[in-house]
Design a protein around this ligand. Structure first.
Ligand SMILES: [Zn+2]
Length: 432
C-alpha cells in the first residue's frame, strides 16, 4: 500500500498527530477479529458473487481472508441464518469526496479544509454501512490520502480505488499527455479517469481520437486502467483507443455497444438514482457550477431518467457486453448507493442475480481484482454482507443490510443484536 506524506491538514493528519487517540479510536471503530482463532459465520443462503448459491453452510475467516467454507466448521461466532449472505458490494463509480456544504448547497469536493475531511469520513461510513466494501472513486484533491487513511485503519470506510484527478480538455501535446499520465502513476493513481465528452445534453467530444489513443496507450504502459466519461460518438472513439471502461455511455449505437463487447470494454451506465437525487435535492444543486440556475431547470431530469432506462434495456440485450454496477454517487447519494439496484431491476428490467454479480465478481474483474474481492470463496478477502430478505425475490432487500464485514473486521452486526437468528425480524420502512 502506498503511503503519502501528509502535508496538508486533513482528518487523517489530525489522527496521525495524536498517536494515543489513534490507537483508542481504532479499537472503537470496529470489532477486531480475536487474534489467533478463526471466525465462523453460519448462513442458510449464500450468493457467492459469481452466480452460485450455497445453502446451510459456514464461512471460516482467518485474519482478513476467507479460508474455508463448509457445514461442519465450529464454533459459530456470527449466526446469519435467515438472512441472505453475499460478498460486499463494489460501486464502480463514485465521487465519495463530494458533499453539501454548510450553506446546504452542493459543495463540490475539491476542498481540503477540516470540515471537508469530516464530511468525507461521514460519506465513507455511510457507504460502508450500506454494504459497499469497495468503491472506485473518480478523483479529487486529497483522494489518495483519503484512500490510504481508510486502508491504514485511521478512518472506517470502504476500500477505495481511485484516480488522482480526472484528465480532460487542455491536455497539451502528446509528450505532455504522456508525462501527465506518468505523473498520476507516481502520485499513486490506481486508474486514469478521462473526460472525453461534455455533458449528457451537449455531448460533443472534448478530446480527439489521437488524444484518447495517447492517454490510453500511456496508461497501459504504466499498468493503469482507463475509465472514460463518454456519450455518443465518444463511446466508439474510447473503445477504439483501447480504453478499459466507458462511464455513462448514453447515445452509443448498437454497433458501438457490439464493438465494446468484441473488444472486452466494460460499460458502467447508471440506472436512475443519479437523476432521482438531482430532482430530490434540486435546491441544493441549483446555481452551483455546471448545474441549472433554478430548481425548475431540474425538471428535465425526468426525460433523462427515461433515456437512461431505454439505454440500459438496449445495452442489456447486446451479447457479451460486460455491464458493471456504478451509481455515480455524489452528495446526497452516499449510503444510498444500493437504491441503484432497485432502479436496475424495477425500472430497467435487469435480472436481480445479474445485478448482484455486476456489483460483485464482474466489478472486481473490471478492476483487475477478481482474485481478491467480489466473491465468497477460500482465499478471497473476507468482505461479507447479509441482507434481511432475498434480493432475488424482492430487490428492496438491498435496503436492509444487517451485517457488514470488510477484510475480516465486522463494522455492522444488526443481525446478532437486533434480529433473532433465523427470524429475519428487522423491519425497515420503505417507499416501494
Ligand atoms: Zn461521475
Amino acid at each position: 500500500m502506498r503511503l503519502t506524506k501528509l502535508t496538508i491538514p486533513s482528518l487523517a493528519g489530525v489522527l496521525l498527530t495524536l498517536p494515543s487517540f489513534t490507537v483508542s479510536t481504532r479499537a472503537a471503530l470496529a470489532q477486531a477479529p480475536s487474534p489467533g482463532r478463526p471466525i465462523v459465520i453460519a448462513a442458510s443462503t449464500v450468493l457467492d458473487g459469481r452466480g452460485g448459491v450455497r445453502h446451510n453452510t459456514r464461512i471460516v475467516v482467518s485474519g482478513s481472508k476467507i479460508v474455508a467454507i463448509g457445514p461442519k466448521a465450529r464454533p459459530v461466532d456470527y449466526d446469519l441464518r435467515g438472512l441472505t449472505v453475499l460478498p460486499g458490494w463494489i460501486d464502480s463509480h463514485v465521487h465519495i469526496t463530494t458533499s453539501f456544504g454548510k450553506d446546504g448547497k452542493f459543495g463540490g469536493g475539491d476542498g481540503i479544509a477540516y470540515d471537508d475531511a469530516f464530511l468525507r469520513a461521514s460519506n465513507a461510513w455511510a457507504t460502508l454501512q450500506a454494504g459497499f466494501t469497495t468503491v472506485q472513486h473518480m478523483g479529487a484533491a486529497g483522494s489518495i490520502r483519503f484512500r490510504d487513511a481508510i486502508a491504514n485503519g485511521l478512518v472506517p470506510g470502504p476500500r477505495i480505488v481511485t484516480a488522482v484527478m480526472p484528465m480532460g480538455e487542455g491536455l497539451g501535446s502528446e509528450e505532455e499527455i504522456r508525462a501527465t499520465v506518468r505523473e498520476h502513476r507516481k502520485l499513486g493513481a490506481d486508474l486514469i479517469k478521462i473526460y472525453a465528452s461534455g455533458s449528457i445534453r451537449q455531448g460533443k467530444m472534448t478530446l480527439t481520437q489521437q488524444q484518447l489513443n495517447t492517454i490510453c496507450d500511456e496508461a497501459k504502459k504504466q499498468g493503469l486502467r482507463t475509465l472514460v466519461h463518454a456519450f455518443r460518438e465518444a463511446v466508439r472513439a474510447a473503445t477504439l483507443a483501447g480504453c478499459s471502461q466507458i462511464e455513462h455511455g448514453i447515445g452509443a449505437t448498437d454497433d458501438d455497444l457490439r464493438l465494446m463487447a468484441e473488444r472486452g470494454t466494460y460499460l458502467d451506465p447508471q440506472a436512475g438514482l443519479l437523476w432521482e437525487n438531482y430532482m430530490a435535492n434540486a435546491s441544493r444543486f441549483a446555481g452551483t457550477p455546471r448545474f441549472p440556475k433554478t430548481e425548475e431547470g431540474f425538471s428535465s431530469m425526468k426525460d433523462l431518467t427515461v433515456m437512461t432506462q431505454d439505454f440500459l434495456r438496449r445495452a442489456a440485450k447486446v451479447p457479451g457486453l460486460k455491464i458493471v454496477f456504478g451509481s455515480d454517487a455524489l452528495a446526497g447519494m452516499h449510503g444510498r448507493n444500493a437504491e441503484e439496484f432497485i432502479h436496475l431491476v424495477r425500472d430497467c428490467g435487469v435480472d436481480p442475480v445479474k445485478a448482484m454479480i455486476s456489483a460483485n465478481s464482474l466489478a472486481a474483474e473490471a478492476m483487475g481484482m477478481a482474485g481478491r474481492i467480489g466473491s465468497i470463496a477460500p482465499g478471497m478477502e473476507a468482505d461479507i454482507i447479509a441482507l434481511e430478505g432475498d434480493p432475488r425475490k424482492d430487490i428492496t432487500a438491498v435496503r436492509r443490510v444487517a451485517f457488514v464485514m470488510k477484510g475480516g473486521v465486522v463494522y455492522k452486526n444488526a443481525a446478532r443484536t437486533a434480529i433473532p437468528a433465523g427470524a429475519g425480524a428487522q423491519r425497515v420502512k420503505t417507499s416501494v
